[in-house]
Ligand binder design. Structure first.
Ligand code: PBG
Ligand code: ZN
Length: 322
């Protein structure tokens, strides 16, 4: 009998030497939810440790993140007023524009990413402008306002935009808008393969962005489709995306690996709200060793091919990484 594998597992230094995948603090982007007001820090019932915060509280949070060695954040906004076209997202005085300015002014070294979408800003909760029959999102009309939203974020000083609306032609339209307005160096991280997922449930509570009618299946992807998942990401690469993304992460490990093997672009995964909520609920029920399960899950994303992990666990992970 030829014995080989266990020899390398007996000594912990040797295990360290032969380890193939390692999580670092540089792998993470931490999501933050910002709303109008002052001194507001509302915890979300299904997501312990995740808050809606006013800008003053967001600034305190940035300081805490830097102390933990975390420098990358992605911003989501909850506007005071919602309307049919998401006007708050198109204003240089909207909640996200104000937040980007405040953060970059106080913490220039923070790397600020902005989610580019309309579901948090429209009164109907869909990711863009509705068509005449109010049945679905109008693709090309939404591209126009997405370009405006991108320029609002760019003018506010954002470091990278992350369009998440799953409109066709989105990346090309945004690249053209940025380049023709002097923002050639602003990178685009595309939510390139984004599934219509029930795992977004808790997020829609935090972001107050559940659609008021229907669902997102006419623009987000069918979970059943593997070939289409690859085509979606490769199309965004062709249109000029700098970083691709698979979302959600946990139920889509095969897609992460497949896209990783098909592109040389950096790849992000979004470890979404429902994935976080499941682990938190299991922790509360006392049925798992929470920290170990969390680190094993995050390591799994990286092993599957993720370079970047957007996760509500980022702070907890950073503490454990030390
Ligand atoms: C906006 C957006 C969503 C998420 C990120 N950006 C929600 C959605 O598509 O309904 C979900 C993130 C999460 O669940 O943590 N389009
Ligand atoms: Zn959206």
């Amino acid at each position: 009998m030829f014995k080989r594998f266990r020899r390398l597992r007996l000594n912990h230094h040797l295990r360290d030497l032969v380890r193939e995948t390692v999580l670092t603090k540089n792998d993470f982007i931490y999501p933050l939810f910002v709303r109008e007001g002052e001194g507001i820090k509302n915890e979300i019932a299904s997501m312990p440790g995740v808050f809606q915060m006013s800008i003053d509280e967001i600034l305190k949070e940035c300081e805490a993140l830097q102390k933990l060695g975390l420098y990358a954040i992605i911003l989501f906004g909850i506007p005071e007023v919602k309307d049919s076209v998401g006007s708050d997202a198109l204003s240089d005085h909207g909640i996200i524009a104000k937040s980007i300015k405040a953060i970059k002014e106080k913490f220039p070294d923070m790397f600020v990413v902005s989610d580019l979408c309309f579901c948090e800003f429209t009164d109907h909760g869909h990711c863009g402008i509705l068509d005449m029959e109010r049945e679905t999102v109008n693709n090309d009309a939404t591209l126009e306002i997405l370009a405006k939203q991108a320029l609002v974020h760019a003018r506010a000083g954002v470091d990278m935009i992350a369009p998440s609306g799953m409109m066709d032609g989105m990346i090309e339209a945004l690249r053209v808008a940025l380049d023709s307005n002097g923002y050639e160096n602003l990178p685009i991280m595309s939510y390139s393969t984004k599934f219509a997922s029930a795992y977004y449930g808790p997020f829609r509570d935090v972001a107050e962005s559940a659609p008021s009618f229907g669902d997102r299946r006419s623009y987000q992807m069918d979970s059943a489709n593997r070939r289409e998942a690859l085509a979606e990401s490769l199309e965004d690469e062709r249109q000029g995306a700098d970083i691709l993304m698979i979302k959600p992460a946990l139920a889509y490990m095969d897609i992460i690996r497949e896209v990783r093997d098909a592109t040389s672009l950096p790849l992000a995964v979004y470890n979404v709200s429902g994935e976080y909520a499941m682990l938190q609920a299991a922790k509360k029920a006392g049925v798992i060793e929470y920290e170990k399960v969390m680190m094993e899950t995050l390591l799994g994303f990286k092993r599957a091919g993720a370079d970047i992990i957007i996760s509500y666990h980022a702070k907890e992970a950073a503490k454990l990484i030390g």
